[in-house]
Write a protein that binds this ligand. Structure first.
Ligand SMILES: Nc1nc2c(ncn2[C@@H]2O[C@H](COP(=O)(O)OP(=O)(O)OP(=O)(O)O)[C@@H](O)[C@H]2O)c(=O)[nH]1
Ligand SMILES: [Mg+2]
Length: 327
């Protein structure tokens, strides 16, 4: 049976929310995730009308243009555009699982997803900053957070220490934990821009990035630097599952295995073949990394090799022989 799931992306400005979303469909299509390849998930952008239609009308709507998501992808491939604060933006997808999955997952679905993106300043403005946001927009996002089944908190991995937004985000988590009428079932914290940790490793970068033990080590280290995330534990007694993961929308360069960013280009441009323009120039080499995880977990509650619970993060730290290279 078709099931609808609403997922709200929140996190600071420039945290990587829109980039995660823009790379999501390609990440699923390229199976660039930590789920078993036998799961065979498929994710297709759909129009809002299809999401909202009654089940018997859905077939007629299959050919509607997917303009909004195409525009988001194009903006991302051209270097990214900050989301404006004038509204919150909904994107719609059909998710299906076509391969081997736990029985409770295959017997349900397909899933119609509504993913809500918004400017970081609305939910997580810098502490003490006067950011003028229309009250309508704030209350729309607040309502969307309370009526979503899942929340994905996107945090930039590399700028945790000098971040002015931790206070506002911590207070938001507290308020969510106290809210009675929420529908929340799952929260995923995802640290973005993961490929940046591996820039000095050249063609070995992808091999290290693909090791879940490295991600676990990085997450433990990041959580020590972000103690305020412990407040999420307060959600668990009310039945909300919390997971941590990492992702990179830029990802890695196909065939060459190095991180897909060029530090010598102004604004750290992604690699692309000179002379080729537009989407093709990027897709030839671009392999996004794990941006599927937060959304598939949010929608299905299904763990991958790269999603970690508090229990896994708390477990006795095993020595990881190669982790010292990341220090
Ligand atoms: N190195 C690297 N940079 C990234 C990645 N994803 C996004 N960025 C950079 O981070 C910037 C911000 O990303 P966005 O996706 O626009 O962030 P956002 O959370 O949507 O920001 P707001 O819309 O302003 O709230 C982009 O312009 C990129 O330069 C990534 O995977 N790796
Ligand atoms: Mg954005």
């Amino acid at each position: 049976m078709t099931e609808k799931v609403a997922i709200c992306l929140i996190g600071p400005k420039k945290g990587g929310k829109s980039s995660l979303l823009a790379s999501l469909a390609d990440c699923v299509a390229q199976a660039s995730f930590g789920y078993s390849p036998r799961l065979r998930p498929a994710l297709q952008p759909i129009a809002e009308a299809e999401f909202k239609a009654e089940p018997d009308q859905r077939r007629d709507l299959l050919n509607v243009e997917q303009g909004d998501y195409d525009r988001l992808k194009r903006d991302f491939s051209e270097g990214g555009v900050a989301t404006d604060t004038l509204n919150t933006y909904e994107y719609y997808f059909r998710l299906s699982v076509n391969g081997e999955a736990p029985p409770e997952v295959v017997t349900r679905g397909p899933w119609l997803l509504e993913i809500i993106d918004s400017a970081g300043e609305i939910a997580a403005p810098p502490d003490g900053a006067e950011v003028a946001i229309l009250n309508d927009v704030k209350s729309k996002l607040a309502r969307q957070m309370l009526t979503s089944e899942a929340l994905v908190i996107v945090l930039p991995l590399v700028r945790l220490d000098d971040s002015a937004w931790t206070g506002t985000l911590a207070r938001l988590i507290d308020r969510l934990a106290l809210a009675r009428e929420k529908k929340l079932k799952r929260v995923v914290v995802v640290f973005s821009q993961y490929e940046r940790l591996f820039t000095r490793l050249g063609p070995s970068a992808f091999t290290y990035a693909c090791d879940p033990a490295v991600a676990l080590h990085v997450l433990r280290k990041s959580l020590r630097a972000a103690q305020w995330l412990n407040r999420l534990r307060a959600l668990e007694p009310s039945g909300v599952a919390v997971r941590y993961t990492v992702c990179s929308a830029y990802g890695f360069v196909k065939r060459f295995q190095n991180p897909n960013m060029d530090p010598h280009q102004p604004g750290e441009r992604r690699f692309r073949r000179a002379g080729l323009e537009g989407a093709r120039a990027c897709s030839e080499y671009w392999r996004p990394f794990l941006t599927a995880e937060p959304i598939l977990y949010a929608a299905l509650g299904l763990d991958s090799a790269f999603t970690f619970s508090h229990a896994q993060l708390d477990a006795r730290v095993e020595e990881i022989s190669d982790a010292s290279i990341l220090a």
